[in-house]
Write a protein that binds this ligand. Structure first.
Ligand code: FAD
Ligand code: UQ1
Length: 482
């Protein structure tokens, strides 16, 4: 789950698990109020909660927590920071390597979200409720969930500190803290979200506002933004534009909509093959793209957005909108920015082939919080998880890691309610396609893969540590072709 500091960081509070009793841990040296002690679920509570959550489309990640109850310790062989896509996936893999009782995850949120589906939630094609499950249901069986926020990393002492004052030490540390959403860096936000006509697919709190703004659209400018920072899923800011255009067409409002993509970047996409395909769509559907335009202010009461021209310092443009979709500026999580594991920009400083930290050999990073020079996606996390698993197990056996990450990442570019261009590429921005057909073409089959197959694969395989990306499929398909 993303962790924006003011919008959508914590839980929605909508579909909480059954209440769990905090347990006092043996390891807790000083007596504290019980609410300040990390909450550790008993196996039976987890099972009960999971069973109650199982709706018809919920079958899947049920974990039978049948092991003996245990209390939180203050030392683990493998400690995982963050229980999002990378954290849960790596905990599942490490559980198989060192045993569940030797692995813990530090994660404050009570719900785990499959964020990629928010693109479709914002367009009204999926329900928000389908994107989240209780964290307790995705914590691998027997692994300790330390329900707290990391506030300090001390890799020289092999320990971390949590917001409830607990120190936890480790032999191996995996950092999977994701990327931070900085809505507040745009003047007028996040409070502007209280007004209608504005939404953002990037936060659980604002994604349904996108769908509301789409439905309420009458006539005028529909503006979609891309910030002047690294982002996760760099395709998502434009996917919602294509879906909106399709929705306006479907509802007879297209002729009244002036659709504008204002991006801080200088190109529509980083890989030429897919950029060319997207350019054709942009021209064919009469969409306006303005490059090097960065959203700096939202005057939500007046329905005005203010952009700076990045090529002409001091020049700003005010555009009125009937609908505004905001992709917020993003940055490394605050806790990392000032920590010894960060590079100069604040990202976890890892080797791009092994994912091992460059200065602390028992520290590893995965996913959006790292400085891996590839596009930040769950697909990349899946591929990284297979590599990192091998890296760590090699190091545990005193062997030099052999498997190397090639930067694989993927972005299903949703271009309509039944169309996807499946971009897949590597560190060199070279296409690395799985299927034996031209993936730069819009396809229904790829839409069905994005909308239906991927969520199933995520909850049932990836989070259980059984999906390391589609490399084996690519080899299979391309073998068949040669
Ligand atoms: P996350 O999954 O975000 O997990 C980070 C975790 O760290 C969170 O659970 C958070 O609560 C926790 N955390 C943060 N701070 C602390 C702290 N101080 N202490 C403890 N825990 C903390 N990817 C794709 O592959 N395909 C797509 O089509 C796609 N579409 C997307 C569309 C949208 C709208 C969005 C928002 C994302 C999309 N993604 C897509 C990107 C994908 O969701 C992320 O890249 C992926 O979730 C990254 O995993 P992660 O583990 O690095 O971070
Ligand atoms: C993928 O592996 C993945 O991770 C689970 C995604 O995240 C949701 C994706 O969107 C995609 C496209 C992949 C790649 C998988 C295949 C079968 C091409």
């Amino acid at each position: 789950m993303s962790h924006d500091r003011r919008v959508g960081s914590s839980d929605t509070g909508d579909l909480h698990c059954l209440s769990r009793k905090p347990r006092l841990e043996k390891a807790c040296s000083s007596l504290k109020m019980s609410s300040l002690v990390p909450r550790v679920c008993s196996p039976s509570t987890r099972l009960f909660a999971c069973v109650l959550r199982l709706g018809p489309q919920q079958a899947g990640p049920l974990q039978l927590h049948t092991g003996p109850p245990h209390s939180a310790k203050n030392h683990y062989e493998v400690l995982v920071l963050g229980g999002g896509s990378g954290g849960i996936t790596m905990a599942a893999r490490m559980r198989r390597r060192v045993g569940a009782e030797n692995v813990a995850i530090v994660e404050p949120s009570e719900r785990h979200f499959y964020q990629p589906i928010w693109t479709l939630v914002g367009a009204g094609a999926k329900q928000l409720s389908s994107s989240g499950r209780p964290t307790t249901c995705v914590i691998p069986s027997g692994v300790e969930w330390i329900k707290a926020r990391v506030v300090e990393l001390n890799p020289d002492e092999n320990c971390i500190r949590t917001d409830n004052g607990k120190e936890i030490s480790y032999k191996y540390l995996i950092i999977a803290l994701g990327i931070q959403l900085d809505y507040e860096k745009i003047k007028g936000l996040p409070e502007g979200f209280a007004h209608p006509k504005i939404g953002s697919n990037y936060s659980v709190k604002t994604v349904e506002k996108t769908w509301k703004a789409l439905q309420d659209f009458k006539e005028g400018n529909a503006i979609f933004t891309f910030p002047n920072t690294p982002v996760k899923c760099a395709g998502a800011p434009q996917k919602i534009m294509y879906l909106s255009e399709a929705y306006f067409r479907k509802t007879g409002k297209r002729s009244k909509a002036n659709i504008i993509f204002n991006t801080a970047l200088g190109a529509i996409f980083g890989v030429k093959k897919y950029a060319d395909a997207l350019q054709e769509i942009i021209q064919g559907r009469n969409l306006t793209v303005n490059y090097r335009q960065n959203l700096i202010e939202v005057r939500a009461d007046k329905q005005e957005a203010v952009f700076e021209n990045l090529d002409k310092p001091g020049e700003t443009h005010v555009i009125s909108y009937e609908m505004l979709h905001v992709t917020p500026p993003m940055s490394p999580p605050d806790v990392l920015k000032t920590s010894p594991v960060a590079d100069a920009a604040g990202w976890v400083d890892v080797d791009k082939e092994t994912l091992q930290h460059k200065r602390y050999p028992n520290v590893f990073g995965i996913g959006d919080c790292t400085n891996l020079p590839t596009s930040k996606t769950a697909a990349a996390v899946a591929a990284q998880s297979g590599i990192l698993d091998k890296t760590i197990s090699g190091i545990m056996k005193n062997q030099t890691p052999k498997k190397k990450y090639d930067g694989y990442t993927s972005c299903p570019l949703v271009t309509g309610y039944n169309r996807v261009i499946l971009a897949e590429f590597d560190y060199n921005a070279q296409p690395l396609e799985t299927f034996p057909f031209d993936q730069s073409k819009e396809r229904l089959s790829m839409y069905l893969m994005k909308a239906d197959m991927m969520p199933f694969l995520y909850w049932n395989l990836m989070l259980r540590g059984y999906w390391g990306g589609p490399a084996f499929l690519r080899k299979l398909f391309h073998l068949g072709m040669s």
